[in-house]
Write a protein that binds this ligand. Structure first.
Ligand code: DGL
Length: 266
């Protein structure tokens, strides 16, 4: 099986890590679109165009059979368009794990950290209203957009004083309001998970969705005949700059990184 995965940068590698723990006998082609990062501060039209270009590249060059949009922001803006353009491709997106958070919380106070574009998006608003209507008890959501956090992570500043200061300010209302569960609504944020736990005095459960995506992909691909045996190879492509030591911090084994130019492909 050939699987395409993309994100604006390092974040989607947190999903690749979960895929690598479950999927066998496959090649993963990962595109980090750092030339256009951060997606969370771009318009929907721009995000749709980047997503379509990357998918076309993955189909033309690597003949992918499945696509993982390992980015909440791109899922929110572009998944509908991707499904319309590529109806025969298995396409899985990434959405903030509000549902598992509702199942986990005891205090009924849930934090949501995401990019400005994800929180503003119609898809997120619909998810929240559908789940709140189904919930048996009233749930309080503490939503927080985190502009600038993706850039800190891309720089490898996952423990720097500035990153700590930003997170302290964003998490303060959650700490004061007994939030016991925080949804990491951006695939970059698990990389600052240890820092979030420290600021929340280790009294919080962090929800990320990479593991669920991996299970979902395995299920869908086995239904189409994939046999989950044999080696897994991970090929990495970047459209701009990337911190290679961060890549190695997230995934241990991969093929050498290559730079690509998707904007000027024919
Ligand atoms: N990793 C991304 C997400 O899940 C995108 C971050 C960004 O580029 O703003 O939303």
């Amino acid at each position: 099986m050939k699987i395409g995965v993309f994100d604006s940068g390092l974040g989607g590698l947190t999903v690749v890590k979960e895929l690598a723990a479950l999927i066998k006998g496959a090649d993963i082609y990962y595109v980090a679109d750092t030339k256009h990062a951060p997606y969370g501060e771009k318009t929907s039209e721009q995000i749709i165009q980047y997503s379509l270009n990357i998918t076309q590249y993955l189909i033309d060059t690597h003949r992918i059979e499945a696509l993982i949009v390992a980015c909440n922001t791109a899922t929110s803006a572009a998944i509908k368009h991707l499904r319309e353009h590529y109806p025969s491709l298995i396409i899985l997106g990434t959405e903030p794990g509000i549902k598992p958070a509702i199942q986990c919380t005891k205090t009924k106070n849930i934090g949501v950290l995401a990019t400005p574009a994800t929180l503003k998006g119609e898809k997120y608003q619909q998810l929240v209203s559908a789940l709140s209507a189904q919930a048996h008890e009233k749930i309080n959501l503490f939503e927080q957009a985190c502009p600038g956090l993706v850039e800190q992570i891309e720089r490898g500043d996952i423990q720097s004083p500035k990153t700590k200061e930003m997170l302290h300010a964003w998490l303060k209302p959650m700490l004061q309001n007994h939030v016991d569960t925080i949804v990491l609504g951006c695939t970059h944020y698990p990389l600052v998970g240890p820092l979030i736990e420290e600021i929340m005095h280790h009294k919080v459960r962090l929800i990320e969705t990479g593991g669920a995506i991996a299970k979902h992909l395995l299920c869908q691909s086995e239904a189409k005949g994939h046999i989950n045996e044999g080696p897994l190879r991970i090929f990495l492509y970047v459209t701009g700059e990337i911190q290679t030591q961060m890549i190695d911090h997230i995934i241990k084994q991969h093929e050498p990184l290559k730079k690509i130019d998707i904007d000027n492909q024919k």
